[in-house]
Design a protein around this ligand. Structure first.
Ligand code: MG
Length: 245
């Protein structure tokens, strides 16, 4: 896996791996429904089937492979670049991404390495980071187009991904912030700490208990500020527990 660093990472520090959509900003209201719609249209057009069938197929691929794209590549010979480009057009993205001053403040002050790790395409991720005004605060972006390991795309939750991302930064400790609980399951055996980000707009998961495979649970990334600072400065941090206000 090859990535371009925006800033040189510091060896021996803590590395914070940050998911993007629904972890650092709210993508559930407008952005993800629009992407889902585009993907359904793409699948329907490519396979010449109706949208209901396309939606069913997408769901099956998502459950089986963790991403519609992987199913489309495996079974229908789709070009990943073409698929990602045409399903992430989002002409109104500038109206849909809302900057979060608390999150920006935390990222600016937090020591250690901060790397975006997203199953979204790189071009989209860069656009979102610019709109959130945090592109200069992260060391790198690892997007789905770059998650190629031995010639195969291995996006989250692939167990092949974690050793590969850890090799990118020789860190003292690795922590992953992520809103999709199933993505955190395969992380446990790779000595990375996991923080599940569950905003109140997802009431079922927000109120539910924390699954055993997850270390900590917070409602927003910025809620972890004190814990993240201690971890970044000392390499050790006690229980963040569950912060759900
Ligand atoms: Mg997410």
């Amino acid at each position: 896996m090859r990535i371009k660093f925006l800033k040189r990472p510091a060896a021996g520090k803590v590395c914070f791996w940050l998911d993007l959509d629904n972890t650092l900003h709210n993508a559930s209201k407008h952005i993800l429904p629009e992407i889902n719609e585009s993907m359904t249209q793409y699948v329907a057009g490519h396979l010449n089937i109706d949208p209901a069938q396309a939606s069913q197929l997408r769901n099956a691929y998502w459950l089986r492979y963790g991403a519609t794209l992987l199913g489309m590549m495996k079974h229908h010979d789709v070009c990943p670049q073409h698929f990602l480009k045409h399903t992430h057009v989002l002409p109104k993205l500038h109206e849909q991404v809302l900057p979060d001053p608390q999150m920006r403040h935390l990222l600016r002050r937090l020591p250690g390495n901060k790397i975006i790790l997203t199953n979204a395409p790189l071009e989209y991720a860069i656009r979102v980071l610019a709109l959130l005004r945090i592109q200069s605060l992260v060391h790198a972006v690892v997007a789905i187009d770059q998650m190629s390991i031995n010639g195969r795309l291995r996006p989250k939750p692939s167990g092949f991904l974690w050793p590969a991302v850890k090799r990118l930064v020789p860190a003292r400790k690795h922590v992953l912030f992520e809103d999709t609980a199933s993505h955190l399951k395969s992380v446990r055996s790779h000595q990375m700490k996991t923080v599940w980000v569950v905003p109140p707009r997802f009431p079922k998961q927000h109120k539910a208990g924390k699954p055993a495979h997850i270390d900590h649970k917070v409602a927003r990334f910025s809620q972890s500020a004190a814990w993240s600072f201690t971890l970044a400065q000392t390499g050790q941090a006690g229980s963040l527990g569950t912060l759900m206000r």
